[in-house]
Design a protein around this ligand. Sequence first.
Ligand code: COI
Length: 356
Amino acid sequence: MNYQIKVNKTTESRLAKEDFSDLGFGRIFSDHMFVADYDNGEWGDFRIIPFDYLPMHPAMSSIHYGQTVFEGLKAQKNDKGEIIVFRPEKNVERLNKSALRMAMPEVPEDLFFQALDQLLNIENEWIPGGEGRSLYIRPYLFATDEFIGIRRSSKYKFIIFTSPVASYYSEPVKVYASDEYVRAFPGGTGFAKTAGNYARAIHPVEEINKRGYQQILWLDGIHKKFIQEIGTMNFFVVIDGKVITPSLEEGTILPGVTRDSVIALLKEWNIPIEERKISIDEVADAHNSGQLDDAFGAGTAATISQIKAIGYKDDEFTLPPFEERTISNRLLEALSAIKTGKIEDTHNWLRVIKPV
Ligand code: COI
């Protein structure tokens, strides 16, 4: 289907005013955003407009009851100057799975791509070059009924905006496995990319920050021992040459696009990879027997982030020096080369955005 997207471009671009030498993450926003409204069972009023505040009714239901889902993906440019996006079909698929769980309408895949292509063509100049930098794309969907009460909203907004970014973490992180706070249970919303899954990390992370840890390593809610994920990314550990990552089968962790790509690459490289339950005790035993080779997080924002140490109760399991981490270093290099089109896209992971 061809959606009629109205375009209203800004007369005052902010591009020249922004400081691209110190991007950080999520602080700078490009000039435009795509907006669509859902009402009466269908999406309409498609528009690309200057990035700006949105009017909000005080009783807007998503603010009260959390019917909101989002995505994160990145655009870069290849040597030919074409805009390339890494595995965006996985993001629209996950957006719609999250939406289903949160009783929200799906965003048609062709609408997602038309909006993305048109927006990226307009924001072309905002895509930063340089190692580890990209244009982060944030699609999100939220309920807009003006109503106090728990029920499926009848109105929604779908928005895509973009933000030039550097790496989410500028250095390796220390994570702390909490046996106090819990993120997700089987049957809950752990697999969905919904706001509450992230909000619940903020307080525990503030607590562990005081003890020198940057992020929480979530454990399962029943036994408080099986690792789920880190507050900002999926978790991988390498024990005696074997890579292990928590499996998706209980629906308690985010099915990460970077996670999936890491598993695919490891399989291709014939490096043993197991998706299964992994307890914090197994990590402790590996550390104590000198077999804890590597640990890292994987996510769109975080890419591959090496873990410096894992805290648990009063113990701390330290990891080998970064230069010895053959697996995470190789993954970081390979993924960055694939995403920037520096090596052949043998997996068909890149969408080249056609000029419109
Ligand atoms: C992403 O990786 O895209 C996320 O949404 C995680 C967040 C920490 C920025």
